[in-house]
Design a protein around this ligand. Structure first.
Ligand code: CP3
Length: 330
C-alpha cells in the first residue's frame, strides 16, 4: 500500500475465513456467526485459520460489516443460509433522526479486543487488516432490511428524501470513520472500507449521493495513521471518483482489466482482481487468469493480489492455496 518494492507479490483474499474452510465450519457447529464475532478469543482464532492453512501474507479480522447495527438498535440477525436480516429497517426521517449515538468502546469494544488478541497471536510479519462497511453499503442493508438485488427501497429513499439520505450517510460516515480509526489504534495495520454494492449506482449518483460520505469516512479513518484500502465492486464506470474519494489502495473487481484500472486511479496502490468463480475452474484456466493479472501488474510496486470479491462458499481450499502459491512463485 505504500508502493514499496517487494520480493514477491503479496496476496490475501477477501472472505478467506468462512464456510468453504472445514476448520471454520467445525467452529460454526457450536457457535452462531454473531457468537464468533462477540467472543474475541473465537474471532481471533478464526482470523488465524486462513493464515495457517493458506500461507497468505495478511490476515483480515473476523467480524462483520453489520455489527454496528446492534448498538444502532436496528435488530441484526443472521438466518441460516439466508444472510443478514434487519428487524427494524430505516424507513423515514424520524428513524434517521432518532438513530442513537453510542460509545464505541462500550458497544463495540469486543471488536477492538479481538484486534488486540489477533495481533498478539499472529506471526510478526503478517499484518492484520481491520475493516468496516462504507456508508452506502451499510445504508442499503439498513433500508432494505437485508440483502437486495435491485436496491429499490434504497434508491427510492435517496431520490425522494435527499436531505434525509445525506443525514443518514453522514451519520454512518462519522460512525465508521471513528470505528476504523479505533481498530487502527487497537493494532490493525491496515483498514479496509467495504463498499460492496455501490456499483448499482450511476456515475452521477455515486458522485452526488455517496462520494462525499466515503471521503469523510476515510478522512476520519486516516487518523489512525495506517494505510487505507477502499474496496468496491462494479466501480469501473466511475473509478476516477471512487479513487478520488480516498484510500491508499484501490480494490477493483474482475469486470475491468487490472492495468486499465491502475491507469485510471492515479498514484495509488491497487488490490485485486481475480474473478472469485475462477477458483471453481480447472487448474489450467485458473492459472491462466492468475498469470494474466500478474502480467498486467507488470511487477510494478504497489500491487496486492486478491480476488475481486469474496471467496465463494463452494470453493475448494486447495484451489485457494494453489493461487497463493502461484502468485508467490511467479
Ligand atoms: O475472512 C473475512 O473476509 C473476514 C470476515 C468477514 C465476514 N463478513 C464474516 C462473515 C468480512 C470481511 C465480512 C464483511 C461483510 N459482511 C460484507 C462486505 C464484504 C463483501 O462480501 O462484500 C458484507 C456485505 C457483509 C454482510 C454479510 N454478512 C452477508 C451478506 C452475509 C451472508 C453471506 C452468506 O453467504 O450467507 C454475512 C454473514 C457472514 N459474515 C459470513 C461470514 C464468514 C457467513 C455466514 C456464516 O458463517 O454462516
Amino acid at each position: 500500500s505504500r508502493r514499496e518494492p517487494t520480493e514477491v507479490t503479496p496476496v490475501w483474499s477477501m472472505r478467506q475465513a468462512g464456510r468453504y474452510m472445514p476448520a471454520y465450519r467445525k467452529l460454526r457447529q457450536r457457535h452462531s456467526i454473531l457468537d464468533l464475532c462477540h467472543q474475541p478469543d473465537l474471532a481471533a482464532a478464526v482470523t488465524l485459520q486462513p493464515v495457517e492453512r493458506l500461507g497468505v501474507d495478511a490476515a483480515i479480522l473476523f467480524a462483520d460489516i453489520l455489527l454496528p447495527f446492534e448498538p444502532l438498535r436496528l435488530g441484526l440477525s443472521f438466518a441460516a443460509g439466508e444472510g443478514p436480516k434487519i428487524a427494524r429497517p430505516i424507513e423515514n426521517a424520524t428513524d434517521v433522526e432518532r438513530l442513537p449515538s453510542f460509545n464505541l468502546q462500550a458497544e463495540l469494544g469486543y471488536v477492538f479486543d479481538a484486534v488486540r488478541l489477533a495481533r498478539r497471536s499472529l506471526p510478526a510479519d503478517v499484518p492484520l487488516i481491520g475493516f468496516a462497511g462504507a456508508p452506502f453499503t451499510l445504508a442499503s442493508y439498513a433500508i432494505e432490511g437485508g440483502a437486495s438485488r435491485t436496491f429499490t427501497k434504497t434508491k427510492r429513499f435517496m431520490y425522494q428524501s435527499p436531505d434525509t439520505w445525506h443525514l443518514l450517510l453522514s451519520k454512518l460516515a462519522d460512525l465508521v470513520g471513528r470505528y476504523l480509526a479505533e481498530q487502527g489504534r487497537a493494532g490493525a495495520q491496515a483498514l479496509q472500507l467495504f463498499d460492496s454494492w455501490v456499483g448499482c449506482l450511476s456515475p452521477h449518483d455515486y458522485h452526488t449521493y455517496v462520494q462525499p460520505h466515503s471521503t469523510r469516512a476515510l478522512q476520519l479513518a486516516a487518523g489512525a495513521g495506517v494505510p487505507l484500502i477502499h474496496f468496491g465492486t462494479g466501480t469501473a464506470t466511475f473509478l476516477e471518483d471512487f479513487a478520488a474519494a480516498g484510500g491508499d489502495v484501490i480494490s477493483v473487481d474482475w469486470r475491468i482489466p487490472l492495468d486499465a484500472a491502475w491507469s485510471r486511479i492515479g498514484p495509488k496502490a491497487i488490490q485485486g482482481n481475480l474473478e472469485p468463480a475462477a477458483l471453481l475452474a480447472p487448474a489450467a484456466e485458473r492459472n491462466r487468469q492468475v498469470r494474466d493479472i500478474l502480467k498486467r501488474a507488470g511487477g510494478r510496486p504497489g500491487h496486492i493480489f486478491n480476488l475481486g470479491h469474496g471467496i465463494l462458499p463452494e470453493t475448494d481450499v486447495a484451489a485457494v492455496r494453489a493461487v497463493v502459491d502461484l502468485v508467490h512463485d511467479t
